[in-house]
Design a protein around this ligand. Sequence first.
Ligand code: ADP
Ligand code: ASP
Ligand code: MG
Length: 404
Amino acid sequence: MSEIIVQKFGGTSVGSVERIGIVANIVAEASKSKKIIVVVSAMGGETNKLVKLANHFGENPDKREFDALVSTGETVSSALLAMALHSKGIKAKSYSASQISMRTTDSFSKAKILDVDADKILKVVDDNTIPIITGFQGITEGGDITTLGRGGSDTTAVAIAAQVGAKRCDIYTDVDGIFTTDPKVVSNAKKLDSITMEEMLELAGQGAKVVQTRAVEFANKFDVPVRVLSSFNDGSGTLISLGEENMENALVSGIAFQKDQVKFTLHGVGDIPGTAFKILGPISEADIEVDVIVQNVSVDGKTDFTFTVSSDEQATVQNIIESIKKDVNFRELIIDSSIAKVSIVGAGMRSQAGVASAAFRALSENDVNIQIICTSEIKITMVIDESLVEKAVQVLHDEFNLDE
Ligand code: ADP
Ligand code: ASP
Ligand code: MG
């Protein structure tokens, strides 16, 4: 049997019936030489509309019903794409998560994929039929519909590619590949021909939404080569490479940023063993990802404990902190929702010093105040005021000559 390629088409790529027709052409062309499995997102804007509808009867809709509703966009696009392929004389069938047993955990809206019925998908492929699978959705053990978090169709695609042993997962989107930063924010951002898996993990984790972080994690875990390319323009896109690169690693490969963040500071908390765990334990139990975590040196046995979470989690985290107040003494809880994170990523940082100081100088010369700095081997993350993000990203992009 010829090699299998999983093709994933994002919302803009299937944003209208005309666009679905174009996607059908791409699929038809590829199917001449390869076995193709397709994963689709909802038509652009549809998921947002469903989220808005869900909030009509109250701000906190039932989580199960929320997922049942917002998962439906993908059902529409998968059936439409199958029809578009039929109109070209190509055999195709749409499949929902339940039809291919895409089993997930039961944390609604951020469910994690557990496993999928690869044999069922492969049977369809063997029958010379192209399976068009709904992205973003899953089902629990009990048969409830779940969703995988915004941008989750990427993860569906990579998970299926891993399970069926596909040669590659091609993620078709509205830009030509992975750029040095978001090309919609920095007009001279440059497309990369390839990027290492570890760099992509950091960029995605720090907000470059071009590929969902979980999808990159899957690709890394199961060694799935992933290519990101445009469904609008021809081109070879960007390959996320699995192996070590032979060439010198770039000092800085890209800049990611993330708005919709909120910073919590517990001011005047006791500097005693167990404090960090008492604060972050219940937050992690609630399945909430905590990002930048900083604790200051203490003065008179008291310190400040700061961390950031996604804005969606603000109310939940606030409730948790209120509930542990009797256990963790602190003077004041300060919540700042007008912050954002900007991150510089580059594998070459490991072996070369000076990136951090160059970044700090460039930002200070442009009046961007850095509130928190947090580093890892190949990444520097800075928390800044949300209104300065675009400026900071442009300044850093220029500082490291990423357009060259
Ligand atoms: P899709 O609907 O195809 O899944 P997304 O909107 O989720 O598309 O992701 C593509 C978008 O990601 C691009 O339009 C771009 O604005 C944004 N983006 C952010 N960072 C990058 C980057 N480093 N390279 C390319 N695109 C990026
Ligand atoms: N339709 C979902 C969203 O808008 C999933 C996806 O597009 O990947 O987030
Ligand atoms: Mg996406």
